[in-house]
Design a binder for this molecule. Structure first.
Ligand SMILES: Nc1ncnc2c1ncn2[C@@H]1O[C@H](COP(=O)(O)OP(=O)(O)OP(=O)(O)O)[C@@H](O)[C@H]1O
Ligand SMILES: [Mg+2]
Length: 296
């Protein structure tokens, strides 16, 4: 895969960034950490880097491998035609699985296909060959409307480029998915999250006034509010300083380990990788390790 085409145009299966899949408001099951000054909530024990929760892999944790994978990609290939007559293989026969209750990390060099893999797993890009099943449902050839509904109900996606609506404030961005569904933003939970991410002051500000790292945290808060069963996050700490990055990975790890959600993230950060229960490496569109076996 030596050919690199810019600017890149993805064959998106949504075409609508406001359709970032977000779901029902009630009971995210998420406990907002309380070790932040001025924070209300339950006592909080942060997850330590590299620490494995008891039972992970033996099925006794919130999720774990005995409950079966919630993300299954079988022999997927992604081939694009950037120009007539040209074809470029981006993903080359990949098998991938992720389990509830675990954080699965995807690592690899820039341009190796990590984001493409995440897009395919989340049904945002259609695979050329192979199949993808989420929560036991095959999404590979689902009609676009059904897939959009399924994504809104069950999936959250934090994009590498955040995908916030720039004409809106922070709070409006958080509320948008709820508005689209005809429901309301859970304000208390939203406020707690904004406080946790150090964004309480910016609630009424336009997102265009925020730094990249602040926008990244808003995008993450939007997904965390959604109660998604599976959260995909593309370099969720890429624009963050260490402290903010720690908060983000801590809350993602908690989402998996305390609430039994499935978290699949792409990262370049060794610290973030340290928090993952399993690591899969992508190199040149292929899995770097035989069979996609966990390396952590
Ligand atoms: N639709 C497309 N048309 C042409 N090229 C594409 C398309 N989608 C992805 N690519 C190319 O495929 C390769 C893998 O892209 P991808 O974004 O998945 O890499 P990545 O591992 O996420 O990189 P990074 O770490 O820099 O974000 C890149 O060379 C990219 O330019
Ligand atoms: Mg990427």
């Amino acid at each position: 895969m030596s050919l690199t085409i810019r600017p890149r145009q993805r064959a998106s299966r949504t075409g609508n960034q406001t359709s970032t899949p977000l779901r029902n408001v009630h009971a995210t099951g998420m406990s907002i950490p309380t070790d932040h000054p001025g924070q209300a909530g339950q006592p909080y024990q942060p997850v330590r880097p590299g620490h494995r929760r008891p039972g992970l892999g033996d099925g006794s944790a919130a999720g774990g491998e005995s409950s079966g994978p919630s993300v299954v990609a079988s022999d997927i290939t992604l081939v694009v035609s950037p120009r007539k007559g040209d074809s470029l293989t981006i993903l080359d026969h990949i098998d991938f699985q992720a389990w509830p209750g675990q954080v699965t990390g995807i690592v690899g060099p820039s341009g190796s296909g990590k984001s493409s893999l995440l897009y395919c797993l989340a049904g945002l890009e259609e695979v050329t060959e192979g199949s993808v099943s989420l929560l036991g449902k095959e999404i590979t050839h689902m009609r676009v409307a059904s897939l959009t509904r399924f994504r809104r109900r069950h999936l959250g996606f934090v994009f590498q480029s955040y995908n916030l609506i720039t004409s809106m404030t922070v709070e409006e961005n958080l509320a948008l998915p709820f508005t689209l569904r005809g429901s309301f933003l859970p304000r208390k939970k939203a406020d707690d999250l904004l406080r946790y991410f150090g964004l309480a002051e910016q609630k009424k500000q336009s997102v265009t006034l925020l730094s990249g790292g602040e926008q990244q945290r808003v995008a993450l808060a939007r997904v965390l509010l959604s109660d998604a069963d599976i959260v995909f996050a593309d370099e969720p700490t890429g624009a963050l300083d260490r402290e903010s990055g720690d908060r983000v990975i801590t809350i993602l790890a908690d989402l998996a380990r305390r609430s039994g959600k499935t978290v699949v993230l792409v990262t370049h950060s060794a610290e973030v990788a340290d928090h993952c229960d399993r690591i899969v490496e992508v190199r040149d569109g292929r899995l770097g390790r035989a069979g996609g076996e966990a390396v952590a």
